[in-house]
Design a protein around this ligand. Structure first.
Ligand code: SF4
Ligand code: SF4
Length: 335
């Protein structure tokens, strides 16, 4: 459903500038932004995806991935169409690299219907905005997040982090946890492979961290494009110094998809980079590796808190308040 967008300014009678993300698209009447879903209609910026859901299901929260936020629970996960990036390797290109088209599946839900669904599901933690890039349906996400908080639900955003500071500030108030892709640590990669920029993503990460929100970072390792030791070391050192040594960091294995046919990341490279990351960060996990299991130990007494085998999650060492059962260390951030 079309709705007037937030975050834009009129430049002249028929031109608007969208100020939601750092692309800052200048749009003449009838033109649509890089994200394909925000259009200047008669001098007003309109979001075309308000309420149009392309994908909806209950997922394990570990699938976002979030490993230190309500482990072992499910979360209602929703997405629409569009994205402000153009990653060559996008795993969800069928929904991210298109706008709303009549031939594509789409179901309309009001924010209240989404919240109601999440509330009624037993053992459901909340609502995650995911699958495509949720920034592009900012207004809908914002409305749902506010309602969800009132209903006692947790809210999660799985995002590329390419958003301007003011809209992010408005969102942060109503989002409890962020899973953010840090796709590489050089501007050339961001420019050539994703059609965006690294610096605004770093700023968004710092803003979220300063706000004290739960934050986990994902780096998809792609052979020859972002797997060199030097830039990877710079990335993990930056995370440790700017965001904190205990920032949860996921290294994810790449498989060919969309425009990229490079062979999948060798397991040996994943293990090597994990060792480098572990020199700087306390919690490092590798993902997208078949049959690999992982565990999380208490940083104080080394008691096993969480075990994971695929999406079978067990929390033998955590009490109901999220504390270590042995030493009482308050490990899980339950916002
Ligand atoms: S959200 Fe879309 S329209 Fe707005 S600046 Fe970003 S890409 Fe352009
Ligand atoms: S930011 Fe995510 S959804 Fe958008 S193109 Fe890149 S990988 Fe796909």
């Amino acid at each position: 459903m079309n709705q007037q967008a937030l975050w834009y300014q009129s430049l002249d009678e028929d031109t608007v500038q969208c100020t939601l993300c750092p692309h800052l698209c200048n749009l003449k009447a009838g033109k649509t932004g890089i994200c394909r879903v925000r259009t200047n209609i008669d001098g007003k910026l309109i979001t075309e995806v308000n309420g149009f859901v392309s994908s909806i299901r209950f997922d394990p929260i570990e699938k976002k991935p979030l490993y230190h936020f309500y482990p072992g629970t499910s979360i209602l996960s929703i997405g629409t169409y569009g994205c402000n990036l153009r990653c060559f390797f996008c795993q969800n290109c069928s929904i991210s690299q298109t706008g709303v088209k009549a031939e594509l599946p789409q179901t309309f839900y009001t924010p209240a219907q989404i919240v109601d669904m999440a509330v009624k599901k037993p053992a459901n933690t909340g609502i995650a905005f995911t699958y495509n890039e949720p920034i592009v349906w900012f207004e809908y996400m914002y409305d749902i997040a506010r309602l969800a908080k009132k209903a006692g639900l947790k809210t999660v955003m799985v995002t590329n982090g390419f958003i301007n500071a003011e809209p992010l500030k408005a969102l942060i108030e109503h989002i409890d946890a962020f899973s953010i892709d840090l796709k590489a640590f050089n501007e050339e990669f961001y420019s050539k492979v994703t059609s965006s920029k690294l610096e605004p993503v770093k700023e968004a990460l710092k803003q979220i961290s300063r706000a004290g929100k739960h934050l986990e970072i994902v780096n998809l390792v792609i052979p020859e494009l972002n797997d060199d030791d030097s830039s990877f070391k710079d990335m993990v050192k930056w995370i440790s110094s700017e965001l904190g040594k205990e920032t949860v960091f996921h290294i994810s294995r790449y498989f060919p998809h969309y425009k990229l046919s490079t062979a999948e990341t060798p397991i040996s490279v994943m293990r090597h980079l994990k060792q480098i990351a572990e020199r700087e960060l306390t919690y490092v996990y590798s993902g997208n590796i078949y049959a690999e299991s992982s565990e999380t130990r208490c940083i104080m007494c080394h008691n096993v808190l969480i075990t994971r085998s695929s999406y079978t999650i067990s929390t033998p060492g955590i009490d109901d308040l999220g504390k270590c059962k042995v030493c009482g260390n308050d490990f899980l951030k339950k916002t």
